[in-house]
Design a protein around this ligand. Structure first.
Ligand code: PBG
Length: 333
């Protein structure tokens, strides 16, 4: 019998050698933690479909921000959940809007915490779409207007930057949003503020729990006329290419788990940093299965996060950020 001379297992003999040959690492600095802020007082309500994730009123933010900071996390992304909605999403670009107020407050609590602003209208519109809805004359059909929506998104981004946001993250999937927002920011003196574009954003059922959290489900129709078809990969390259030409600084792929191939492809094709959004249902599925005792939450979540890194993500937006920070800390001692 011939014995193998090449043995892959030699480099798996013990933890120390496995650590030496480890190709990818999840670092606490790679993680971006999403926070939902809401109007009202004394609110810290857990989102039923996202265990461990809360709605915070502004008066509850300080404790949370301090905890995040103490865990070593350096970046958050803010989602505003306003009380008042209308058909043009006025609260999205109001300087006194909930996201703007929260941004100012976070910057007061910890000026070094990097605040990303999600630039979209769907939480702020009564119809729940990411742009302006134009009804046909008979009122039966509706289109989401591209170019008129851009003007509102630009206003939103400028007011977010004015409030102190460090990164503008437009998630609306209107055509030309990077060009429009870039020139709006530049004209307003925010040429130094980067744009992290939700470049390749699919029309996905994995956003379900987020829409519960953000009260942002479309009230009619779906988002398929602006978000991408999950069946398409090459179109993702075109989406990303547009955003690169338009001046995006970071390219995001969303969702993450079912789209690792897209993360990989973008990393191979573009030299901008790549972000992965580990979206709400990816989080909730793991939480639910762990609650049932079917899986090991920490092991599965960390495997997923390192999977994003291996696929090519430089940074990961994840509801697991706080958990991961704790796990990473515990493992390093
Ligand atoms: C806003 C937005 C959405 C998410 C982030 N920004 C929802 C959507 O497009 O419907 C989803 C994030 C998640 O599921 O965690 N457009």
């Amino acid at each position: 019998m011939a014995f193998p001379t090449v043995r892959q297992r030699r480099l798996r003999n013990n933890q120390a050698i496995r650590n030496l040959v480890k190709e990818n690492h999840v670092n606490v600095h790679d993680l971006i933690y999403p926070i939902f802020v809401t109007e009202g007082e004394a609110i810290k309500n857990e989102i039923p479909s996202m265990p461990g994730v809360f709605h915070f009123s502004l008066d509850q933010l300080e404790t949370e921000i301090k905890e995040i900071t103490e865990l070593g996390l350096q970046s958050i992304i803010l989602f505003g959940v306003p009380n008042k909605k209308d058909d043009v999403g006025t609260q999205a670009y109001d300087d006194q809007g909930i996201a703007q107020k929260a941004t100012r407050l976070v910057k007061q609590i910890n000026p070094n915490l990097l605040v990303m602003a999600d630039t979209c209208l769907c939480q702020y519109t009564d119809h729940g779409h990411c742009g302006i809805v134009k009804k046909s004359d008979n009122g039966k059909e509706a289109v989401i207007e591209n170019d008129s929506s851009l003007a509102l998104l630009v206003k939103t981004a400028i007011s977010q930057a004015k409030a102190g946001a460090d990164v503008i993250a437009p998630s609306n999937m209107m055509d030309g949003f990077v060009t429009a927002i870039r020139s709006g920011l530049d004209e307003s003196g925010f040429e130094h503020i980067p744009i992290m574009s939700y470049a390749v954003k699919y029309s996905s059922a994995f956003y379900g729990p987020f829409r519960d959290a953000a009260h942002s489900s479309p009230q009619f129709g779906d988002r398929k006329t602006y978000q991408m078809d999950p069946a398409n990969a090459r179109e993702g390259i075109r989406e990303a290419e547009c955003d690169v030409i338009e001046g995006a600084d970071i390219l995001m792929v969303k969702p993450g788990m079912a789209y690792m191939d897209i993360i990989h492809t973008l990393k191979q094709n573009f030299d901008l940093p790549i972000a992965a959004y580990n979206v709400s249902a990816e989080y909730s599925m793991i939480k639910a299965a762990a609650e049932k005792g079917w899986i090991d939450e920490k092991a599965v979540a960390m495997e997923l996060l390192v999977g994003f890194k291996r696929a090519g993500a430089d940074m990961i937006i994840t509801y697991f950020a706080k958990d991961a920070a704790k796990w990473l800390r515990a493992d390093s001692v």
